[in-house]
Design a protein around this ligand. Structure first.
Ligand SMILES: Nc1ncnc2c1ncn2[C@@H]1O[C@H](COP(=O)(O)OP(=O)(O)OP(=O)(O)O)[C@@H](O)[C@H]1O
Length: 257
């Protein structure tokens, strides 16, 4: 896997200041080009929402950022290093859409196991359990937990080792509104503690919880801005309307000779 193909020697922008920096990224999955000539910058210390409809390429982009996606061209740097570099292993946390914890182990057993795999200190286990507010359930089997609690266990695994960048793929999908609000509160606390968080969602009303929004549509970057700026630019009142307006503007732009 070569994530650094196509890097221009004359490219002197400050990669080290960015949590994520993609240039000319191209990803082909099956017969489909999912991302093509895609650029992205995510500043360190921000809570960035990656929003877009189902199939727009959010998971693919996240996979490229954490270094598990074969790329056909371009470069992705994470914390100043090529995505997937060995030195990033304990500096980047990633939670996929599918729950990645064992149902037949307790929360504490799961986290001890993942701490060992990741080489994180054993003392991290209690810290991350407290961080996701599951202390009173630490010795419960994961299979007996609610969906929201299970999501928090997955999130806890990504917090082991105190990663600087945490990438969460649709962490709130299927959760009720109360749990969603709770999780977003937790995300903000993680960022306040110094991490950079990239969170994907296809629920537009989650946009207002993000400091910065990256809007994707069919593998293209539609916008990378704050919600207030997007509302002002599009003359709309909410993220969904702004997104629709941006699509309209992009389509009109494409039709203009
Ligand atoms: N393993 C695969 N093989 C071939 N094509 C794939 C594969 N995984 C995803 N795709 C295609 O890549 C495109 C982008 O998928 P991706 O999962 O990145 O989108 P997404 O925005 O994360 O969607 P969702 O919100 O539904 O998770 C889709 O057209 C999808 O069909």
């Amino acid at each position: 896997m070569n994530l650094s193909a196509g890097r221009s020697p004359g490219d002197t922008s400050r990669a080290a200041d960015a949590a994520v920096r993609a240039r000319g990224l191209r990803v082909v999955r099956g017969a489909r080009t999912v991302l093509d000539d895609f650029d992205l910058d995510v500043r360190q210390g921000t809570l960035t929402g990656l929003l877009g409809p189902s199939g727009s390429g959010k998971s693919t982009l996240m996979r490229a950022i954490v270094g598990v996606q074969r790329v056909a061209g371009g470069a992705v740097d994470v914390l100043g290093r090529p995505a997937g570099a060995k030195v990033l292993r304990d500096r980047v946390g990633y939670v996929t859409q599918e729950p990645a914890v064992y149902g037949d182990l307790t929360i504490r057993q799961n986290l001890r196991y993942f701490a060992r795999v990741l080489g994180a200190p054993r003392s991290d286990v209690d810290r991350v359990i407290d961080q996701v507010q599951l202390g009173s359930h630490a010795d419960h089997l994961v299979s007996r937990l609610s969906g929201g609690q299970r999501s928090r266990v997955s999130l806890a695994t990504a917090l082991l080792g105190t990663p600087e960048l945490i990438v969460l793929d649709e962490p709130t999908v299927g959760l009720d509104p109360v749990l969603r609000v709770e999780l977003w509160g937790l995300f903000h606390r993680i960022v306040e503690a110094g991490a950079t968080l990239l969170v994907s969602s296809h629920v537009m009303d989650e946009a207002e919880r993000c400091e910065r929004l990256v809007l994707l549509r069919e593998g293209s970057l539609l916008a990378d801005d704050t919600l207030p700026n997007l509302l002002e630019r599009t003359g709309t009142g909410d993220a969904e309307q702004a997104f629709l307006k941006l699509i309209e503007q992009a389509d009109n732009g494409m039709r203009t000779p």
